[in-house]
Design a protein around this ligand. Structure first.
Ligand code: PMP
Length: 360
């Protein structure tokens, strides 16, 4: 059989992988072609290409491997963490591969897909009341670690979080934009690992890049200017007064994490732009329908900010937008609320346009 001359071809990756964990990172930067002003270049870094389909795979593997290196995690010891989902899914993958039992605490407000994915990969998921917010699930993980002698992953405080973004995410951006113009990097924050780790490197290596941080319009913790009260371990002592529940899962817990505080204290970002959760949903849908790029609500929110910057930018401006995870993780959330299960009028008309194989 002959292969058509113009067909797309691939060459393989030139290697075989020793474990699923070796496939983490090196996510693609992809041009946006059909949205935004024609004379501005908008790219997205699609973290859904990680094996656990989110940016948090990076942190998950490094939390475990940093603790293996310094001996704080013993062979076979149970790992416990409070997570809104993606960290738990990443940890479930890493723990399954490396043989550590995993217990996750999670408020019952986060999507069902998250719980079931973690349980699919062997984790135990302990739900906490949504009224107790992020701090409730966090305190539950702490209590369990103390009571049972488990290893607490501490994604909101550990150095292992921003470190892996300095070592991987930032290096990938430097490499993919080597000798190329880049004016803006747009990101939100959950723990702040992405902005702190990338900010440390880009502020030195590419100081001309404007790092734009975003947070939900109805939960402007950083924007409020109100400092976070912490205890001696740099953990939050109380819920931040500017917090309100918002639909951007994975973004902005009800406190300013210690990992993010480093970015605030060192001015790693040049601008802070709030965005409404509803804009995040709307832009995630546009990205899916106009570009074929599936991302979650936080990706949509980050992209909404990137588009607002693009609209105000001069010709030739280059913008890179982080897309932290995949839209598939949000089937039971407001992202898919208007995406029907049953046929709509258009689909029924198409069905009825020929005589056979019709439903009812
Ligand atoms: N979006 C989603 C969906 C996430 O799960 C997270 C991580 N919690 C983020 C964005 C933010 O990433 P980071 O923790 O590195 O600030």
């Amino acid at each position: 059989m002959s292969i058509p001359k113009d067909i797309r071809t691939t060459n393989g990756r030139g290697r075989v992988y020793d474990s699923i964990l070796d496939t983490i990172g090196d996510t693609p930067v992809i041009r946006v072609n059909n949205l935004g002003p024609k004379d501005v270049d908008i790219y997205v870094k699609a973290e859904a290409f990680n094996p656990g389909a989110s940016v948090k795979d990076r942190l998950a593997v490094n939390i475990i491997e940093a603790a293996e290196r310094d001996g704080t995690l013993k062979p076979g010891q149970t790992v416990v963490e409070a997570t809104s989902g993606n960290t738990g899914i990443g940890l479930a993958m890493v723990c399954a591969q490396k043989g550590y039992p995993l217990v996750v605490t999670m408020a019952d407000s986060f999507s069902i897909e998250r719980r079931r994915l973690m349980r699919m990969m062997g984790a135990k998921v302990i739900l906490t009341p949504r009224a107790e917010k992020g701090i409730g699930m966090y305190k539950k993980a702490q209590e369990l670690a103390e009571k049972h002698g488990w290893f607490l992953a501490r994604q909101f405080e550990t150095e292992a979080n921003a470190d892996i973004h300095s070592a991987t995410t930032a290096q990938e951006i430097l490499s993919d934009f080597k000798d190329k113009r880049l004016d803006y990097l747009v990101t939100g924050y959950g723990t702040g690992g992405t902005v702190t780790g990338v900010g440390r490197i880009l502020s030195k290596e590419r100081p001309e890049i404007n790092i734009v941080l975003s947070e939900p319009a109805n939960a402007q913790l950083i924007g409020s200017g109100h400092a976070q009260e912490r205890n001696a371990n740099r953990e939050p002592a109380v819920s931040h007064p500017a917090f309100e529940p918002h639909p951007v899962q994975g973004w902005t817990p009800d406190f300013i994490p210690a990992v993010l505080q480093e970015a605030v204290d060192n001015d790693y970002y040049n601008d802070l732009i709030p965005i409404a959760g509803s804009d995040g949903v709307a832009w995630a849908i546009k990205l899916a329908q106009s570009e074929g790029i599936l991302t979650g609500i936080s990706g949509g929110a980050t992209f909404a900010v990137a588009m607002a910057i693009a609209e105000k930018s001069e010709a030739g401006t280059v913008i890179l937008c982080m897309l932290p995870d995949t839209g598939e993780r949000y089937m039971t959330t407001p992202l898919f609320e208007d995406i029907a299960e049953d046929m709509n009028a258009d689909e029924i008309a198409i069905s009825h346009s020929t005589p056979n194989h019709r439903m009812g």
